[in-house]
Design a protein around this ligand. Structure first.
Ligand code: SF4
Ligand code: SF4
Length: 246
């Protein structure tokens, strides 16, 4: 049996809302979309190679980042993200298992990216203090990503300055400042655009199952349906603060 971990290059996605008559571009970082579509593509691609040889392959629910760093595919950054050569942190990891025999493996101790030894850019740029010099593990309870995947009736902690929010979901500060990502920052996929009326409906109705088909189609097309649970909460704070969103 073999465990297979694949890294697929993934750009950030730019979703455009309309607010006060102006377009407001908002980022969705890599890995936050469109999960199923890419996972299926990777599974189909590998099945096309392995099936003719008599082996099966299926997607597996496994800790993908851990697999990537233990296999040597990637290394950890100081911000605890997985970095893959030629992709930086702009990628999606897909885990699969197969009955393909694996006589030798490359399982190894996880490594920290060499560049991190002399760099503290992400530590300095993280607005919440989630990255510290005292320990390697990011303080998850301080990370914005931990706080913006909650339902709309959960208030953000008072210590979070609204201007720190920078993404529709997740957070991009430590990725945009990272020199390892310099070559990938202009990789942007155009996401859906929402008119003033649609933006207003998303702010008010997203949780109430009353969105018109036109909006639902756009969300489905970009694999954003799962974001509906926390979209109104995050979008309202983004639209009412002054942070740079694009
Ligand atoms: S994702 Fe944002 S909050 Fe979390 S460690 Fe990075 S910069 Fe800090
Ligand atoms: S910003 Fe610097 S320290 Fe942080 S992950 Fe990137 S290279 Fe490492």
């Amino acid at each position: 049996m073999s465990l297979i971990i694949v890294a697929v290059p993934e750009p950030r996605m730019c979703v455009t809302f309309t607010w006060n008559g102006k377009p407001v571009p908002v980022t969705v970082p890599p890995t936050f979309y469109p999960e199923q579509q890419i996972n299926r593509q990777v599974e189909d691609l590998l099945a096309g190679i392995l099936r003719p040889a008599g082996f099966r392959v299926v997607q597996a629910v496994l800790p993908k980042k851990l697999l990537a760093v233990h296999s040597g595919l990637g290394t950890y950054g100081r911000n605890n993200l997985c970095y893959v050569p030629g992709m930086g942190s702009f990628h999606r990891l897909v885990a699969l298992c197969s009955d393909l025999p694996c006589p030798e493996d490359d399982w190894q101790e996880p490594k920290v990216m060499a560049r991190c030894e002399k760099c503290v850019a992400c530590l300095r740029h993280c607005p919440t203090g989630a990255i510290t010099s005292e320990r390697f593990l990011v303080r998850a309870e301080r990370c914005l990503t931990f706080h913006n995947e909650k339902l709309s009736d959960v208030a953000f902690p008072v210590w979070i300055d609204p201007s720190w929010h920078n993404c529709l979901v997740g957070c991009f500060h430590c990725q945009t400042i990272c020199p390892e990502n310099r070559d990938f920052l202009d990789r942007v996929a155009e996401g859906p655009e929402f008119s003033s009326e649609e933006t207003a409906l998303l702010l008010e109705e997203a949780l109430h199952d009353r969105l018109p088909p036109a909006i639902l189609n756009k969300l489905e097309q970009f694999d954003m349906m799962e974001m509906l649970e926390f979209l109104p909460r995050n979008l309202s704070v983004l639209l009412t603060c002054d942070s740079d969103l694009s």
